[in-house]
Design a protein around this ligand. Structure first.
Ligand SMILES: CC(C)(COP(=O)(O)OP(=O)(O)OC[C@H]1O[C@@H](n2cnc3c(N)ncnc32)[C@H](O)[C@@H]1OP(=O)(O)O)[C@@H](O)C(=O)NCCC(=O)NCCS
Length: 158
């Protein structure tokens, strides 16, 4: 069997973590194309909380696009069997710290309204700064609002 590369690790988490109902998961080609551009970076976390060793599975990943001093958290997930152990919080903290170190002043993300991830984002310091009504279309045809979060908050929204 081929050894796991990082895109394999990302896709293993992706396939397990995102409910097809929401249509949020990316396919392998979308990940590879994003990474090929050079401004998109990923972070992995292993079940033990560190970075996965060679061949080891990832429990979660974050994918971030950076444009000058701003960044967008494009994808963020932990596989269901590893949730509620603090891995998501640790991964998000590590990602934000690294971005800060590389000169990022502001991180944005867009979330489907009602996603339980909201409490994690708020606890980390993200604040809601915008709403796009009926922005996402689910697999069953339902429309769901998108909430935009910013970290740190925009001055005018404080
Ligand atoms: C969001 C996600 C990454 C959280 O990963 P996680 O490893 O479970 O996160 P943590 O264990 O670090 O949780 C930290 C805190 O966030 C909150 N939280 C996380 N998941 C929650 C849930 N399902 N319901 C309620 N609160 C939740 C809790 O406050 C939790 O702390 P606690 O466990 O001490 O109560 C994970 O649920 C996931 O992959 N979801 C599917 C993909 C997704 O929707 N990603 C976000 C796209 S915007």
């Amino acid at each position: 069997m081929m050894p796991r590369d990082d895109v394999d690790r990302i896709m293993e988490v992706m396939d397990a973590a995102f409910d097809p109902l929401w249509g949020e998961a990316w396919n392998r080609m979308q990940i590879e194309s994003a990474l090929a551009i050079g401004n998109t970076h990923y972070w992995l976390i292993a079940p033990h909380g560190g970075t996965p060793d060679e061949g080891e599975e990832a429990a979660g990943f974050a994918l971030v696009r950076q444009i000058f001093d701003e960044a967008e958290l494009l994808l963020f997930a932990v596989s269901p069997q590893w949730r509620r152990r603090g891995l998501g919080a640790r991964l998000l903290g590590r990602t934000l710290d690294d971005m800060k170190r590389s000169g990022v002043c502001k991180v944005m993300l867009e979330m489907r309204r009602g996603n339980p991830a909201e409490s994690l984002y708020r606890a980390t310091g993200f604040v809601p700064v915008g709403l796009r009504p009926k922005y996402y279309r689910c697999a069953n045809g339902d429309r769901i609002d998108a909430v935009t979060f910013s970290f740190p908050a925009d001055e005018q929204n404080n």
